[in-house]
Design a protein around this ligand. Structure first.
Ligand SMILES: NC(=O)c1ccc[n+]([C@@H]2O[C@H](COP(=O)([O-])OP(=O)(O)OC[C@H]3O[C@@H](n4cnc5c(N)ncnc54)[C@H](OP(=O)(O)O)[C@@H]3O)[C@@H](O)[C@H]2O)c1
Length: 289
């Protein structure tokens, strides 16, 4: 998979509907046929069942046509656990390599994180992994990793309301170091649209687009970020992919750039997983039913 051909709207796999596997497989194949060629997954999603299900997807789609990012999960207790976990991915999906390997959150590694990355680097040399990536680290940790390893991408939370990584300078650090920032929960599971912010509703009317299309357009075209979005729904897949077909004017871009949600800014991140809100849980706060 040529990295310059990666679609900025990637496929998220957390909470894929496995009750109706046929429908979900159809939706994933539709995403792929429409040009979505970046996918992120994890063994912890539905207790390995998502990864098991992706075996069906890779029976239909040649792995070489998808950029696949996989996560190392809690806990890496010794160096050998790194290759063991990777081999689980390869075996369960019946594939020979993954494109990006990243530690899901720093605390997943009980040995020093740099040692885990040393083991990951050995897998690159063995050809089982193409690139080393990172996810859910602090800026300081990312800087330490980048000093020793060339990172390809960074999977982190970013959306209109959760601008933590932009506010602390991590997104700028990624840009300066040619690390692709891949936003998860870009739509905050439709919760941003549910807020019905007047400025977003006005933009939706002005451009004749949905609020989510405005958000994706801004993040991808204006901010230069990549995204991964989970959707089982063909209509939402198409709608998300259509979000790049227009241009926001500079005044609207400024409104979106300047917006800050103090509810999220006031949360102190628990980097050690000591009972507080860890960074991967940030966007799951203040959910509207
Ligand atoms: N590294 C990490 O720690 C981490 C953490 C969280 C997530 N992730 C990754 O990021 C992916 C995306 O995050 P997420 O799934 O939590 O959140 P998300 O992509 O913001 O939202 C997914 C939800 O929004 C709905 N949706 C998608 N497009 C829509 C649209 N155009 N209009 C209305 N609703 C829409 C989907 O429902 P339908 O299925 O019905 O369309 C789904 O319920 C995950 O699947 C996972 O792969 C990684």
């Amino acid at each position: 998979m040529e990295i310059n051909k990666i679609n900025p709207i990637g496929i998220g796999t957390y909470k894929l509907d496995l009750e109706d596997k046929e429908k979900t497989l159809k939706a994933l194949l539709h995403s792929f046929e429409k040009g979505q060629n970046f996918m992120s997954t994890s063994l912890i999603y539905d207790n390995c069942n998502v990864v098991n299900f992706l075996n069906d997807f890779f029976k239909e789609v040649n792995k070489d046509n998808i950029f696949l990012a996989c996560h190392l999960e809690p806990y890496i207790e010794k160096r050998e656990d790194v290759e063991k976990q990777l081999d689980e991915y390869l075996k369960r999906m019946n594939i020979d390599y993954v494109d990006a390997l990243q530690v899901h959150t720093s605390y997943a590694s009980k040995i020093p994180l740099l040692e885990t990355y040393e083991e990951m680097d050995k897998l690159v040399k063995k050809g089982k992994v193409k690139y080393l990536s990172a996810s859910n680290t602090s800026l300081e940790t990312l800087k330490e990793l980048q000093k020793k390893f060339k990172l390809f991408s960074y999977e982190g939370v970013y959306n209109l309301e959760c601008k933590y990584y932009e506010n602390v300078g991590l997104i700028d650090f990624c840009k300066e170091n040619d690390i692709k920032f891949v936003c998860y929960q870009a739509l905050r599971r439709n919760n941003i649209a549910k807020m019905n912010y007047p400025f977003l509703l006005q933009m939706a009317t002005k451009y004749d687009k949905t609020q989510n299309q405005i958000l994706l357009n801004w993040m991808i075209k204006e901010k230069g970020l990549n995204t991964i979005i989970k959707t089982n729904t063909i209509q939402n897949i198409d709608s998300n992919l259509e979000s790049l077909s227009f241009s926001l004017d500079s005044r609207d871009i400024e409104i979106l750039n300047k917006f800050q949600d103090e509810r999220f800014n006031n949360i102190e991140i628990d980097w050690k997983n000591e009972g507080g809100i860890t960074i991967d849980k940030l966007a799951s706060q203040f959910i509207i039913n």
